[in-house]
Design a protein around this ligand. Structure first.
Ligand SMILES: Nc1ncnc2c1ncn2[C@@H]1O[C@H](COP(=O)(O)OP(=O)(O)O)[C@@H](O)[C@H]1O
Ligand SMILES: [Mg+2]
Length: 229
């Protein structure tokens, strides 16, 4: 993928006197982009603006072609019903028939390795299982862009690996991935390109190997030193 699928022009979000997102201009063309930056840098806010959950104070998003989007958060929000019904719900909302919704939901759960928990109450599943249900729910809708905000931040290593596998399969199906993480190993594994932000500003946008080997900005160098064990 070389043509930009999203061009961001002078995007800003101000709350009171604080510029949470400060004049961000970016052209996103990579298939898998990971946004890195210190706590409070504005990563979640940027992703929410892109997904349309927040309205910018200024600037604009230009989508060369409108993309169907899904978003997955650090803490999955499960309806008080079975895992299967959680996935079916989103499909019905999109206008699929009951039969078609059930068929697609079953297939998505199977691809996520969750056949065995389809009938279990979603809220009683482990955090890792709930996150995989959330991914299956997004996957079932066949998003062209999947946005993930720290999807493994509260998971153990085994669940993290499984979530990475599922995201990798969704990407292999052609979806663009835009995610944040605090896990630098995960950023190396999942990213084609890194966008580094600090205090609401984009300081770097570079291919993943170059970012980790030779970060350009001082802030990124400091960030990598502090975050590397
Ligand atoms: N609705 C809001 N009102 C005021 N400040 C906010 C709001 N949302 C986020 N912030 C602040 O904006 C900054 C960026 O937040 P966030 O996007 O969550 O950062 P990150 O995800 O990089 O940790 C933080 O300082 C946060 O406290
Ligand atoms: Mg965040």
């Amino acid at each position: 993928m070389s043509a930009a699928w999203l061009a961001i022009d002078g995007l800003g979000l101000t709350e009171g006197a604080t510029r949470i997102i400060d004049d961000v201009s970016l052209s996103l063309a990579a298939q898998r982009t990971v946004v890195l930056g210190p706590n409070g840098a504005g990563k979640s806010t940027l992703l929410r603006l892109i997904h349309g959950l927040l309205h910018p104070s200024g600037g604009r998003l230009h989508w060369p072609q409108p993309l169907t989007q899904g978003m997955v958060f650090q803490r999955p929000v499960m309806l008080r019903t079975t895992a299967l019904a959680n996935v079916i719900y989103g499909l019905k909302l999109k206008g699929h028939s009951a039969d078609e919704s059930r068929r697609r939901a079953r297939a998505a759960l199977a691809r996520a390795g969750l056949d065995h928990i389809a009938r279990r109450p979603a809220r009683l599943l482990s955090g890792g299982e709930q996150q995989r249900v959330a991914l299956a729910r997004a996957w079932a809708l066949e998003p062209e862009l999947l946005i993930l905000d720290e999807p493994t931040a509260s998971l153990d290593p085994a669940s993290t690996r499984e979530v990475e596998r599922i995201i990798g399969e969704i990407a292999a199906g052609g979806a663009r991935i835009l995610m944040t993480t605090h896990n630098l190993g995960q950023a190396r594994r999942m990213a084609d390109e890194i966008v580094f932000i600090d205090r609401g500003r984009v300081l770097e946008q570079t291919p993943v190997a170059r970012f980790f080997n030779l970060p350009q900005s001082e802030a990124a160098q400091r960030f990598l030193q502090e975050e590397t064990p």
